[in-house]
Design a protein around this ligand. Sequence first.
Ligand code: MG
Length: 390
Amino acid sequence: MFAKIKTVESFIVSIPRDTPYLGALGPGERVTERGYLIRQGNGTIYPTTDRSVLIKITADDGTVGWGETYGIVAPTAVTSIIDDVLGPVIVGRDPRDPMVIQEDLYDLMRVRGCFGGFYVDAIAGVDIAVWDLYGKLLGQPLVKLLGGQRRATIPAYVSGLPGATLEDRLAVARGFQARGFDAFKYAAVVSFDGIVQEMRVLREGLGPDARLMVDLHWKFTAQEAIQLIEQLMPYRPYFVEAPCQPEDMEGQAHVGANIKVPLALGEEWRTVYEYRPRMERRAMSIVQPEIGHTGVSQFMQIARMANAFHMKVIPHASIGIGIFQAASLHAAAALPNCPMHEYQHSVFDRNLQYVQTSMRCAAGAFTLPEGPGLGIEPADSLWQFLCPKT
Ligand code: MG
């Protein structure tokens, strides 16, 4: 008889950082008593640590699957949903049914109106753990369970150029360029010298072959965004990201139809139901699903649907210890329409010391982790950062 799910556990880990995500505090920014900072540029909240939620699913034969989702804000909201609802529901289920389990868990809360947010994040983390367990029980890497493997390495773009000055940020990019990276994205929220000026300096400093991207962090109206992107055109951006607020579907589509550079959207959407109306409006030509929010099951549906709309998939990556990043690389390796993957270097590289995996990012590309399932699990050294669920 095939192994069944026996226990589901959730954990919060919080790894201190010397410099917060996206760089040092900007003008007028402070840390709250709960350890959060609010970026003035876009009003978005971040913890000062690398905080994440891990999910451990153990089968009745002792095999363990690991998942991860976001713990950036109020991580106990996610662990409560897992501990109180999702975990007990899937005890006894067959881990060979990951997509069925994901659909069943999503259905549970339809009548409660939980179509996104913390509830779907919690499902995503559980879903990743079920897929990992399934792969381990079969002795196969996740990519082989997703329709087949196209590649063993995924081109990476360097995301975020932390530095107090524009010269410092250019120096960070040049350092990566010297190590074989050719694609760079900066964050408008910390472009203290101006968004156009930053791209001009990067283009002049990195040369004609570098691929440059900017994350506009939902800061602009559609017309403002069109005007701004026009000013970026002399510096040939590879894509521009998230110009308008996500609620402004018409604005997104208006920008997409009126600029001459690919528009990338999607890191904050969690299901095909959020992607579909934007795809139908051709609001973007690149989608950026975040597997820590979608899980493997939804990620693959979103990515395959994007392919049907002739859109590219350039997955998002942010704060985590590497488990959902590994899942994202497996998914990316199975896709025909994924030219590269975000590389959140200040998080990814630092946290590799707390996981056991062969996954790396070097010379411009990620290496897919080896081994069955995701090919990654927490190292003993991670557990010093375990937090109480309070
Ligand atoms: Mg972004």
